[in-house]
Design a protein around this ligand. Structure first.
Ligand code: SF4
Length: 252
């Protein structure tokens, strides 16, 4: 067996161990430049006025599409409309409201029959419970009448801020702004009232829309989102406000 000499050992070890001083420190990779998304220019008061003037001219008396007979049936219809389409709710409530258009009649009908009437609507079991519970509360605390304040409406089972805004606006003519999925999308896309939550969009819209348009603004924006500014394929080519809209992806 061949002997390894001292000089050979030294040579071998000098190859294996790289002196710390000469080892190159790995350079950190340069960070990719942060993509800048330009914030859309806020609408001027004149532009907002122009947009709502066009909505008004095209549809002076916009109507909600939830069928109802009085404030009570409107309240029930809105509670039933959570995560459901207006058309689907109307289909179920036509027969229901024909026999129960007051809290007293709804209680007399009972939860089982209410459930049968609304079983084509999503979450119907829970909604039937809420309809009975809110009818009981209306009778016990509000004389069987739909109250006229936001806090009171929000205190009813199944009713949240959006329900209160719709009822206050449609039944009592208050200048409220109910933000559903359509209004939320339109507020953000157009840049009229950008916001991460429905409440942010609601407050933003209330701030920019002149009072003279507020009674119908909610319906104009819902209808705009439902029939023109569609979620997947907005119809920018026929949009009334396409010259004012700030959406970078608009197709005109
Ligand atoms: S231009 Fe297009 S994206 Fe903008 S509001 Fe109209 S439909 Fe919506």
């Amino acid at each position: 067996m061949a002997k390894i000499t001292r000089s050979q050992r030294t040579k071998t070890s000098s190859v294996r161990s790289v002196p710390k001083k000469t080892a190159k420190a790995a350079k950190p990779l340069p960070k990719p430049a942060a993509k800048r998304v330009a914030k859309p220019k806020p609408w001027t008061a004149a532009e907002v006025f122009e947009a709502f003037s066009r909505f008004r001219k095209a549809n002076p008396e916009p109507k909600g599409e939830l069928e109802h007979l009085n404030p009570y049936t409107l309240l029930v219809a809105v509670v039933l409309s959570a995560q459901a389409t207006d058309a689907g709710v109307n289909k179920a409530t036509r027969a229901l409201f024909a026999i129960a258009d007051t809290p007293e009649k709804m209680l007399a009908l009972g939860e089982d029959k209410v459930r049968d009437h609304i079983k084509t609507i999503g979450l119907y079991r829970n909604k039937a419970k809420n309809v009975i519970a809110l009818s009981e509360k209306l009778i016990a605390e509000f004389g069987g009448v739909v109250p006229r304040t936001r806090a009171e409406i929000e205190s009813l089972p199944g009713a949240g801020r959006k329900t209160a805004n719709v009822v206050l606006n449609m039944a009592f003519g208050e200048h409220t702004m109910a933000v559903d999925t359509h209004v939320f999308r339109v507020g953000n896309r157009t840049g009229l009232a950008p916001g991460k939550t429905p409440l942010e969009v609601e407050l933003g819209l209330e701030k920019v829309i002149p009072p003279e348009f507020m009674l119908h603004a909610h319906h104009w924006l819902i209808l705009h989102g439902r029939y023109t500014c569609l979620a997947r394929k907005p119809r920018c080519e026929v949009c009334l406000i396409n010259d004012l809209c700030r959406w970078p992806e608009k197709t005109v």
